[in-house]
Design a binder for this molecule. Structure first.
Ligand SMILES: *Cc1c(COP(=O)(O)O)cnc(C)c1O
Length: 363
């Protein structure tokens, strides 16, 4: 037998894990600096670690109350109705819920290029089709409304990423509003704020709720995750915030118990540890500035916990730094063969990465 035709389905290529690379190089994983997946270099919050230990004895029970408690806490944080919080197995899981809720077979989504691969992957899993709008290096990868609207052709979902991975640029709320106004009434504009904590731009939740002088709207949703600023990437926890009028669709599309007990308990503790997030953001801001000023390569201004740098042959540079124990993301798979993306590490990691990269760039 055969699967259905999966030839249009791309294989997701995550940054290589430290363990794999260490094994290849015959090194101790602790001696590697891994700056390829935008993870939190400070780890999870100590409160989350404690909650994970405590949750261990609870895992024989389905995560009903853990799920309810976390949804209530997220809703309180954003001042929303809990029904508007679509909790999922990672931000990626939340993207799947949006696909399931919105896409009929053959419906199209519009995604940025370069951009986050999973938007298109999720659409294809749900029998959707994928169109793109291009962000151009010569315009600083600007994400303005005209660029998106020029490419728009009646798609059911339009994806915006703010801050954008891998370029680091943000979308102003005025542009989000213009895009939502300029698209059909049943086109949903999803603002992916996976790196929202690291940016100064306010969340597009303002547009959903009609706060701070913005008109409330039913055609914008926001994506958030615990993987980046909260340091819980390994637990897989994220959520979409959707407008109240159709929020009840969650009950019809969610995989039962998609977010597990340990993740939910850790997420609850992580939400409570504002200091950890604050320290994480401060350290990322420091690292962004350090990379910008010290790296012997052109860098792009970033509002995320990573920086995109122009290095010439990205694959060769990434391989050379990796041989010296520093793992960075070769952006060739993003369609940027001249660029690498460096996640913001601790001070020590970031300094070491710059030292190694500068040697490689000269060499
Ligand atoms: C990391 C990331 C996500 C979500 O990741 P999860 O680990 O699935 O929560 C979503 N969008 C972008 C652009 C990302 O970089």
């Amino acid at each position: 037998m055969q699967t259905r035709d999966l030839s249009a389905h791309a294989v997701y290529r995550a940054g290589e894990g430290a363990e794999e690379v260490a094994r290849e190089l015959g090194l101790d994983p602790d001696d590697l600096v891994k700056l390829s997946s935008n993870e939190n270099p400070h780890g999870p919050s100590p409160k989350a670690i404690e909650a994970i230990r405590e949750a261990a004895s609870e895992v024989h029970v389905y995560p009903k109350s853990a799920h309810t408690d976390l949804v209530a806490a997220i809703a309180a944080e954003w001042e929303l109705d809990p029904a508007q919080t679509w909790l999922a197995n990672g931000g990626d899981g939340a993207l799947d819920y949006l696909s399931r809720a919105l896409l009929d077979p053959g419906d199209r989504v519009l995604v940025p290029e370069p951009g986050f691969a999973y938007y298109g992957m999720s659409a294809r899993y749900h029998h959707g089709k994928v169109g793109t709008y291009s962000l151009r290096a010569e315009d600083g990868f600007a994400q303005d409304a005209d660029r998106v609207l020029d490419a728009y052709d009646g798609e059911r979902i339009v994806y915006l990423t703010s801050p954008h991975n891998p370029t680091g640029t943000v979308v102003d709320l005025a542009d989000v509003e213009r895009i939502a106004d300029g698209t059909d009434g049943d086109t949903l504009v999803v603002v992916d704020e996976a790196y929202g904590e690291f940016a100064e731009t306010p969340s597009a939740v303002r547009l959903i709720e009609g706060r701070d002088g913005w008109d409330a709207r039913e055609d914008v949703a926001v994506l958030r995750t615990f993987s980046k600023a909260h340091g819980l990437a390994g637990l897989r926890l994220g959520y979409a915030i959707v407008p109240e009028p159709w929020a009840d669709a969650y009950a019809r599309v969610n995989t039962p118990f998609a977010a597990n007990t340990v993740a939910c308990r850790a997420g609850l503790a992580a939400l409570d540890d504002r200091d950890h997030v604050e320290r994480t953001v401060e350290s990322a801001v420091w690292a962004r500035e350090y990379l910008d000023s010290e790296l012997d390569a052109r860098t792009h201004e970033s509002s995320g916990n990573f920086v995109l740098a122009d290095v010439g042959d990205a694959t060769a540079v990434a391989e050379a730094t990796q041989r010296r124990g520093v793992i960075v993301r070769d952006c060739t798979s993003f369609g940027l063969p001249d660029c690498i993306r460096l996640s913001c590490g601790t001070r020590e990691e970031t300094e070491r990465a710059v030292e190694v990269l500068n040697e490689v760039l000269v060499g």
